[in-house]
Design a protein around this ligand. Structure first.
Ligand SMILES: [Zn+2]
Length: 407
């Protein structure tokens, strides 16, 4: 059975190219990325799923007044299996990020280019590879008229690139009826080029905007003002102390500790001979699960209070992003052990389990009590110019997904 499925997948290169070409040609950018959402691309995919043979394709519309149609669509489609009480879900996202500087691309980002095994275009890896491999599995099951041992669910969600509020977060909160307690979840949106890694845990994320208000004055009379750049710098040099205050280590993560980094700094005054009265900078903190982000914020505010007293400034804190880490998916869970075994079969390796500092949509599933693993075979050029994907990896990933459906 699996040998026949593998052979069929191995002959699917042209179908993969055709689907990638169609997807690349329909940019789906969220409104925060300057686009009009995922409607057109999702309509194409809905039609594609129906033509493949899915008996029912549900469209889940998250209301969003920021796009012309007023909603952000996600799709859920299931192929019934012999055991109808259990579904293996593969969850990919339809939205992409903007191409960035077009001069860095060697061609039009929205016209697929084929270079042997490599496909180039915006979105081909992030996350079309997941979409395409999951749909090639469905195509194979329909073509070969095979009923899997459990249901096969394909979920294509909107809004992953700008927060998931109108994507998987919405679906998990508003359509819990889709998911059963024994369901298995795979998110093929992160991974290593030789498939060496399965992500099962994430750090908490805290992005802080810090606004320092003082008093602007001429640089020749500093006593007439309160220099906010100096105050911001005084606060920034305290931030590394957080490493020893929140020092829990876990080798599951790389790096195996929390990170606290001052990153972006907004422009302040335009001329050199003015002492700035307002400075804005940002912190990116990735905190080991188990620490409460409120405690991290309280520690930063204590540093800030000292700086306020020393420098005569006021400091305000705004969350740009605040995601308390979800509970990790256990290493001995069904999704992880089954996936490890299938990856070993297809790739001939033993992937390591890892926690990452980023955030993937798996967190929404984990928070809702589902066991989700993040895995794919990726070349790591998501969001880059000349984004690329491998047809061979797409096929191998599809083989792993297909094998998940059979005991
Ligand atoms: Zn992605």
């Amino acid at each position: 059975m699996l040998a026949a499925i593998d052979r069929h997948l191995e002959s699917s290169a042209q179908a993969i190219i055709d689907l990638q070409r169609a997807l690349v040609a329909i940019p789906a950018l969220g409104p925060l990325n300057g686009g009009s959402g995922e409607k057109e691309k999702t309509e194409f995919l809905k039609d594609y799923l129906k033509k493949l043979g899915f008996p029912q394709v549900r469209e889940l519309r998250a209301p969003d007044p920021a796009v012309p149609c007023g909603y952000r669509p996600s799709l859920a489609a299931v192929i019934p299996g012999k055991n109808a009480a259990k579904t293996f879900w593969v969850i990919s996202h339809t939205d992409i990020v903007p191409p960035g500087d077009l001069a860095l691309w060697s061609g039009d980002p929205y016209t697929l280019r084929v270079d042997g095994d490599i496909l180039i275009g915006r979105g081909v890896e992030d996350n079309h590879q997941g979409i395409v491999s999951s749909l090639m599995v469905a195509r194979t099951l329909f073509d070969l008229r095979i009923t899997p041992d459990m249901n096969y669910g394909v979920l294509l969600v909107a809004d992953e690139e700008t927060g998931s509020k109108y994507g998987l977060d919405y679906v998990v909160k508003n359509h819990p009826e889709l998911f059963g307690p024994d369901d298995l979840f795979l998110v093929p949106d992160f991974g290593e080029p030789k498939s060496e890694m399965i992500e099962i845990a994430e750090k908490s994320m805290l992005w802080l905007k810090i606004v320092v208000e003082g008093r602007q004055c001429h640089a020749s009379t500093p006593e007439a003002g309160n220099n906010t750049l100096l105050a911001a710098a005084s606060l920034i040099v305290q931030i590394p102390k957080l490493h020893s205050m929140f020092d829990r280590r876990d080798p599951l993560f790389s790096p195996p500790y929390s990170t606290f980094q001052a990153t972006k700094k907004d422009a302040n005054v335009e001329n050199i001979n003015t002492i700035p009265g307002r400075d804005v900078f940002y912190l990116d903190c990735r905190v080991m699960p188990g620490y409460d982000l409120d405690e991290v914020l309280a520690a930063i505010k204590r540093f800030g209070a000292e700086v306020e007293a020393q420098c005569g400034v006021r400091i305000a804190y705004e969350f740009v992003q605040r995601e308390q880490a979800a509970p990790p998916t256990p290493a001995d869970s069904a999704i992880v052990t089954r996936l490890m075994e299938r990856i070993r079969r297809v790739f001939g390796n033993a992937p390591k389990l890892q926690g990452i500092g980023g955030g993937t949509v798996a967190a929404y599933l984990r928070r809702a009590g589902h066991q989700a693993a993040v895995w794919a075979t990726l070349m790591h050029n998501a969001h880059q110019p000349d984004e690329r994907t491998s047809i061979a990896c797409t096929i191998k990933d599809a083989k792993v997904m297909a094998a998940m459906l059979f005991d």
